[in-house]
Design a protein around this ligand. Structure first.
Ligand code: PEP
Ligand code: MG
Length: 579
């Protein structure tokens, strides 16, 4: 039966494919012990379930192997069949049934948890990720045991075989683990458009919708899905007519996208001759390639905390230096803005868990995050600063500090940067003595008190994701209040406008690197407000350039000035749409 679910579109495009559920099997099983005489019966039940799933995999493999399907799909089915055939999994379950008289479902879940913990211990990220495969295999067996076998789709029509990940919720670190896999799209029950999970999903450049509420419960593995990342809609089990319609829309979108590629080398300049800088946000060094492929003018935000995730230790100074230098060299003289560690809130670093834990127990978005954390851990901060300063020797690096709000924090940070330089000089390392230092403006207090920032720093970058969160007191990761998270709230626009104006008057460049920068519906508004430096996901750069090329700032400025005087959101929104 066809049905649709509506959520928040976080990354545009259309995917047509099959559901790949991220398992929460452990939450769903009954747990009981039975009498010794029932052991053979329980083992038989287990064997029958395993046999049924093995047969399912064979059928799926035959289907996946048909012409036109990506190789990944066959490999994915093979891997799952292998996990199921591995006696380590089934022997452990049998032992729990025989020795502890656990029901088969409970035994399976216990064995799954043990296996997942073992995978967690692997250094290698790829191997660690395999724990999700174990969970998915176990979930299939559980469903058979529970009398809810997974339907193996044997549809005759050729359904595109992309995999669409369906999850209840994922941390940014979890999401990052999918980066190297070929996935067609991404949906989650929870989350909001500027949560870091959404930001990571967006960086995959595949359609993603979050905040769907019940997707995980209503969708089964292998269900055919259409994911419309433009409208924030997920269509489950579509009929042939809807599929045809969406195939056409998908082709049209892809055509538009490939046409936009022609803009890669076009100068980013408005109709009235203003040069606009369009830079890229990246999470990891390999993202730099995508930024170059769309002609990014530089890196406006390198979120270095992602180098610290999905590992049990901290990256050393040399390891960080190599990662930063790789990007700096790729950008050969173009600016690379490296932000110092911004962990805390939803961005968890395993190796630092105990040091941020107290804060996590409270409202972590207001806790020991970003620079506040770094100032309490000077050795860790100095290590990163030295790595950035050394990488800066190889190109044009700007150092960006997140979450500054107090004058003392600026001063302490500058003192630590000087200390890092002195340490490098003493150890005869090459580094950039005159590196540009800037602050994220993402706390309302900073936007309201720009003087010390403008006097002490070389540049500013507005982080609207957090600025909106703190101005409106809306947790950016909480789907329950996502509808109140409003970039066009007049108070937010005032803070952005004031920051741009103050920067212009002081001759200090101000960029904007929050998600607002990449929303092409807001490009004209931001140009009219005075923004000249945008930093966004690489996938958004060419669409933004298209907007820049059609914009006439001298026409936009008076309209925007009028619009900013409005305090009625509906009127304001209508005017923004007409700009
Ligand atoms: C922001 O807050 O707008 C920002 C760019 O930083 P992050 O999303 O990493 O918090
Ligand atoms: Mg931020």
């Amino acid at each position: 039966m066809t049905f649709s679910l509506h959520g928040l579109a976080v990354s545009s495009g259309i995917a047509i494919g099959r559901a790949q559920l991220i398992s929460h099997a452990a939450l769903e099983v009954a747990q009981f012990q039975f009498h010794e005489k029932d052991i053979p019966g329980e083992l038989k039940r287990l064997d029958a379930a395993v046999a049924a799933v093995t047969a399912d995999f064979e059928a799926l493999r035959a289907e996946a192997g048909s012409a036109g399907n990506p190789r990944e799909l066959v490999a994915f089915v093979d891997l799952h069949a292998m996990i199921l055939a591995d006696p380590v999994l089934t022997d452990g379950v049998r032992a729990l049934i025989e020795e502890r008289h656990c029901n088969a479902e409970w035994a399976l879940v216990q064995q799954m948890q043990e296996a997942m913990a073992q995978f967690d211990a692997f250094e290698d990220v790829y191997l660690r990720e395999r724990k999700y495969d174990v969970a998915q295999v176990v979930e299939r067996v559980l469903r058979v045991l529970q009398g809810k076998p997974r339907r193996v789709s044997r549809r005759k029509e050729a359904v595109e075989a992309e995999l669409i990940v369906v999850a209840n919720d994922l941390s940014p670190a979890d999401t990052l683990q999918f980066k190297n896999q070929r996935i067609g799209g991404f949906v989650t029950d929870l989350g909001s458009a500027t949560s870091h999970t959404a930001i990571v999903a967006r960086s995959f450049d595949i359609p993603a919708v979050v905040g769907l509420r019940d997707a995980r419960a209503l969708i089964k593995d292998d269900d055919v899905l259409i994911l419309d990342g433009v409208r924030g809609v997920l269509i489950v089990d579509p009929d042939a007519r809807i599929l045809d319609e969406y195939r056409l829309r998908k082709t049209a979108l892809e055509l538009e996208r490939s046409k936009r590629l022609r803009l890669k080398t076009a100068r980013s300049v408005t109709l009235d001759g203003e040069e606009i800088v369009l830079e890229a946000n990246i999470e990891l060094p390999p993202d730099a390639e995508r930024a170059l492929a769309v002609g990014a003018a530089g890196i406006g935000l390198f979120r270095t905390e992602f180098l610290f995730m999905n590992r049990d230790d901290l990256p050393t100074e040399d390891e960080q230096f190599e990662a930063y230098r790789q990007v700096v060299k790729q950008f050969a003289g173009k600016p690379v803005t490296i932000r110092s560690l911004d962990i805390g809130a939803d961005k968890e670093v395993r190796a630092l868990r105990s040091r941020t834990a107290e804060s996590v127990a409270c409202n972590s978005a207001l806790g020991l995050r970003a620079i506040r954390f770094c100032l309490t851990e000077p050795q860790l901060f100095l290590t990163q600063l030295r790595a950035i300063l050394r990488a800066a020797h190889y190109g044009r690096v700007k150092l960006l500090i997140p979450m500054l709000a107090h004058v003392q924090q600026i001063e302490q940070t500058l003192a630590l940067i000087e200390q890092a330089k002195a340490q490098l000089a003493a150890s005869r390392h090459k580094f950039d003595e005159s590196i540009a230092i800037g602050a994220m403006i993402e706390i309302p207090a900073a936007a309201l008190m720009l003087g010390p920032f403008l006097r002490r720093l070389d540049f500013l970058s507005i982080g609207t994701n957090d600025l909106i969160q703190y101005t409106l007191a809306i947790d950016r990761a909480d789907s329950a209040v996502a509808h109140l998270y409003d970039p066009l709230h007049p108070a937010v626009l005032q803070l952005i406008g004031k920051t741009l104006q103050a920067g212009r008057q002081a001759g200090v460049p101000v960029a904007l690197c929050g998600e607002m920068a990449g929303d092409s519906k807001l490009t004209r508004l931001l140009l009219g407000m005075g923004l000249r430096e945008f930093s966004m996901h690489p996938a958004q750069i060419l669409e933004a350039k298209q907007q820049v090329l059609m914009a006439d700032i001298s026409r936009l400025e008076p309209l925007v000035a009028k619009l900013l005087r409005l305090d009625e959101p509906d009127k304001l929104r209508a005017l923004v749409a007409r700009l």
